[in-house]
Each structure stands twice: as C-alpha cells, then as structure tokens.
Design a protein around this ligand. Structure first.
Ligand code: NDP
Length: 286
C-alpha cells in the first residue's frame, strides 16, 4: 500500500506537477498513518485532482524545506513534529494559534499557513459519551495541549498527568490540576484519555500499571488517541468492561476538517465525510 502511494506520488511529481496537487503527512513514525488512504479515497471519489503520501521526517527543523522541496500544496503533521510545525509556518490561524500546535499546513501562494484540526476531531469522537464534565488527560505533548485547551473552552474540568514535569508548565498556566506519576492521587473521572505515544510502537502503558489500574477503576469512559490497534491501555479498559474507543473517530474528524482546508472548501463537508468514512472499510484504492 505504502509503495503504491509512493509510486503514484513520484509519477505526479514528474508528469503532472502543474495540475495535480500534492499532499503529504510528516511524522516519525509515519508508516502506520491512515491519512494517505483517507485523503486519496476522498480525492478519487470526489474527482479532485490530487495525491497524498507519507514522508518519514526525523528532524522537525527540516519540515519547511522538505515541504517546499516536494512542492506540496498542503500537509498533515503527526507525532512528534506538531510543535515544530507551528514554528515552520509563516502564519497560524484559529485554534492552532491559541495552543501553539499545528497538525495541518496549507500552501497559500508560497506561504505556509498552519491550522489545528485535532481538537475538533476529538470533540466529534466523544459525542457518543454524552455529557462529559471531568476529564483526566494522560500526556502533555502537542495533542494533549490541543485537547485540553478545547475541553477548557467547553467548561470541562481537566486534570493532566504526565511522565515528566517539564511539559506540565503550559498546563499550569491554564490553571489545570497537573501531576507527574509521583504526586498523582486518583479521584473520579467521566473520561480518561491517553494522549501519550505509549503503545503506539511498543506495548507500554502510559503510566505504571498500579496507577493505571486505579485510574480505570474510577472512570466511566476511556479513549486513546492511538488508532488501528488495541493498546495495552485500551486492553486493560476492555478487561474491566469500561466503554472505550480508540483514535479512529478522532482521526476521521480531524481528517474531514483538514481535507476541507486542502481543497479550499471546494468540496462539501458532508461529501468528504461520507467518502472518508467509507475509506476506513477499504484497503485498496483502484
Ligand atoms: P508528542 O511527542 O508531542 O507527546 C508525547 C507525549 O507522550 C509526552 O507527554 C510524553 O511524555 C508522552 N510519552 C511518550 N512515551 C511515553 C511512555 N512510554 N510512557 C509515558 N508517557 C510517554 O506526541 P503527540 O501529542 O503529537 O502524539 C501523541 C499520540 O497521539 C501519538 O500516538 C499520535 O499517534 C496520537 N494522535 C492521534 C491522532 C488521531 O487522529 N487519532 C491525532 C493526533 C495524535 P514526556 O513529556 O515525559 O516525554
């Protein structure tokens, strides 16, 4: 699948550069990303002349140069480069400006314009859980920043738990309750969200097992930003019969909003949503 996109992308670059728009996702790791499948499916089904691929980028400071070298019209940014993406932009708009985290870049007449579609994507994902008033967020990276800021806008009470102290300073300025593993005492939550990358490439829990067990015994719902696999965190929630979801709906939500930006709102949101949802049940693009 990866090679198929790569071949189409290379062909697009050489043959049709002046017509076909090229998009990519930057990340490390990036092989797991479903974004090429989702966006290519929409482009194909809605007859939008564009192609989307993956770029494995190790050094976030090279994002801007790589973007221009590949002659991209837009990109998504995943772990761990969302804060580097903020710095790479000429202008940042909307929610991304508030949180300093960019997951979508559009090339507007040679200028890089940054947006954040993750937070609204996640709100879309947790609609099914009903009225959520009190959330524990595990992790303090780019995704956590976006989600926490969005939860606070909805007047949701937020506690942040992170492995290390450094990244908690941002959340302290937002007046969230913040803890590292050592200082944390469990209380009751409506929802616990894992925004760490623990479980993405490995089989790790986002905090020591006794802490996670305790947390799961005191929550109604569980969500993980990671998608496409049952992480050890979700597996424990499943064992405890807690209603949970992985990051697939969040992925869909952020993808629809990013696609609208890529096509400059020339396609209808409802049509993008229908096709992107269908892409989840597909593994081959013909
Ligand atoms: P960042 O690199 O910005 O942050 C990573 C966070 O995870 C930090 O708080 C870090 O803690 C913590 N962490 C990393 N490894 C471990 C570990 N082994 N144990 C405990 N904590 C750990 O990442 P992002 O915020 O960009 O992405 C986080 C995750 O969210 C990724 O898995 C990504 O794939 C997923 N994601 C999914 C989306 C979707 O659409 N479903 C959208 C966006 C992200 P510390 O500060 O101590 O280093």
């Amino acid at each position: 699948m990866y090679q198929t996109y790569e071949k189409k992308f290379q062909a697009s670059k050489t043959k049709n550069i002046f017509m076909k728009k090229l998009f990519a996702i930057f990340g490390d790791p990036v092989e797991h990303s479903k974004s090429p499948l989702m966006h290519n499916y929409v482009f194909k089904k809605l007859h939008y002349d564009a192609c989307y691929t993956r770029v494995h980028l190790k050094d976030g400071t090279k994002l801007r140069d790589t973007f221009f070298n590949l002659k991209l019209s837009g990109a998504n940014i995943t772990v761990p480069h969302k804060e580097a993406a903020f710095k790479a932009c000429d202008e940042v708009r909307g929610f991304a400006l508030k949180v300093g985290v960019v997951n979508t870049i559009v090339n507007e007449n040679g200028k890089l314009i940054g947006y954040n579609t993750d937070a609204d994507g996640f709100m879309f994902a947790i609609k099914d859980f009903g009225d959520i008033k009190n959330i524990l967020v595990i992790g303090a990276g780019g995704t956590s920043k976006a989600l926490v800021s969005r939860f606070l806008q909805e007047d949701i009470k937020v506690t942040v738990l992170n492995r290390s102290e450094n990244r908690l300073s941002y959340f302290k300025t937002l007046k969230c309750t913040c803890h590292t593993w050592d200082s944390f005492k469990t209380t009751k939550y409506d929802l616990v969200v894992n925004t760490t990358s623990a479980g993405l490439k490995d089989e790790e829990l986002p905090a020591p097992k006794n802490l996670i067990e305790n947390i799961l015994n005191n929550t109604s719902f569980v969500a993980d930003a990671i998608y496409g696999k049952l992480t050890p965190f979700l597996k424990l929630a499943q064992d405890k019969k807690i209603t949970f979801k992985d990051g697939a709906d969040m992925l869909l939500g952020q993808g629809i909003l990013a696609n609208e930006l890529f096509v400059n709102h020339k396609l209808k949101q409802e049509d993008i949503k229908i096709q992107m949802q269908k892409s989840f049940n597909t593994t081959i693009i013909s």
